[in-house]
Write a protein that binds this ligand. Structure first.
Ligand code: PAF
Length: 278
């Protein structure tokens, strides 16, 4: 695997067709599964590592974002990446930053963090413009991000196929996230309430019961502070109605100031999410 820092070097190293996995580093097994998925569709797999300041609401959150450059290189190479690119801001936006708007869906749920999704779409647009991949792979854990990137790509990069990777979970059910490295063992234990609440919703036949069980389970854990818990139609991000064929429970909140998000399809079958061997 080649590690590249400059966009000029990158442009010389690009071999199409490319499968691309954008990341903010602090890689874990979940990212590796996305890289492996990329490797299934192409021999040329580029992973970018760029902590995007535009998507953070405040400086403190940006400063405390975990970073593990050496481990990133090891994990990316082991999963089959051929290039790891660490862009810098001036190369990403040679003509200055033109913000991409995430629209209405960008302002709800995770979009309550002002400018978050505009920031995500702006950087992904810049990354896509540099790499021009044939495939780009994103995790289902960030469901709203995946939805908005698909929409942005269909408008600006219709040739790019946006693929999704299943959520990886610890054996406790906790969804893997770079931010988990900031959870103590005790807090990790409390954090499993999110998965248990999604399962509680999934065991119910109708939306009102799904929501009731999900909220009751979440409220049973005093360490968890709720941001939102809803049943949505994941093809539109509107609230689901009984007829919706793609109902998903989405949850966000905090344990000890650390943000957790997760989601689960409500097909009354056990979640297909993978359990990581960790
Ligand atoms: O999901 C992430 O890690 C980031 O939001 C992304 C897509 C790399 C954009 O910065």
């Amino acid at each position: 695997m080649k590690v590249i820092k400059s966009a000029t070097e990158l442009s010389r190293a690009l071999i199409q067709p490319i499968a691309f996995v954008p990341t903010m580093g602090a890689l874990h097994v979940g990212h590796q599964s996305l890289i492996k998925r990329a490797r299934e569709v192409s021999e040329n797999v580029i992973v970018s590592v760029y902590v995007n300041p535009l998507q953070f609401e405040n400086q403190e959150d940006l400063n405390s974002y975990p970073s593990s450059p050496e481990i990133d290189e090891e994990l990316a190479a082991a999963a089959g990446a051929t290039i790891l690119w660490r862009p810098n801001q001036s190369e990403l936006y040679p003509n200055g930053i033109t913000k991409i708007s995430a629209g209405g869906v960008g302002a709800i749920y995770e979009g309550n963090r002002a400018g978050h999704f505009d920031g995500v779409l702006t950087v992904v647009h810049a990354l896509f413009s540099n790499i021009k991949p044939t495939w780009a792979i994103f995790g289902e854990k960030d469901l709203q991000q995946l939805f908005l990137i698909r929409k942005m790509a269909s408008e600006f990069f219709p040739a790019i196929k946006v693929l999704s990777g299943e959520t990886f979970r610890e054996s406790s059910g906790l969804a893997l996230s770079s931010r988990n490295s900031r959870l103590s063992a005790e807090n990790k234990n409390y954090a499993t309430i999110v998965f248990r609440s999604l399962q509680a919703a999934q065991s119910q036949p109708a939306i009102a019961e799904m929501k009731r069980e999900m909220l009751a389970t979440l409220r049973s854990e005093p360490s968890f502070t709720l941001d939102y818990a809803e049943i949505i139609d994941d093809t539109t991000f509107d609230l689901a109605v009984e007829e919706s064929r793609n109902k998903r429970a989405i949850i966000a909140g905090w344990i000890n100031g650390i943000r957790l998000i997760d989601n689960m399809a409500m097909q009354n079958i056990r979640s297909a999410s993978k359990v990581a061997a960790i």
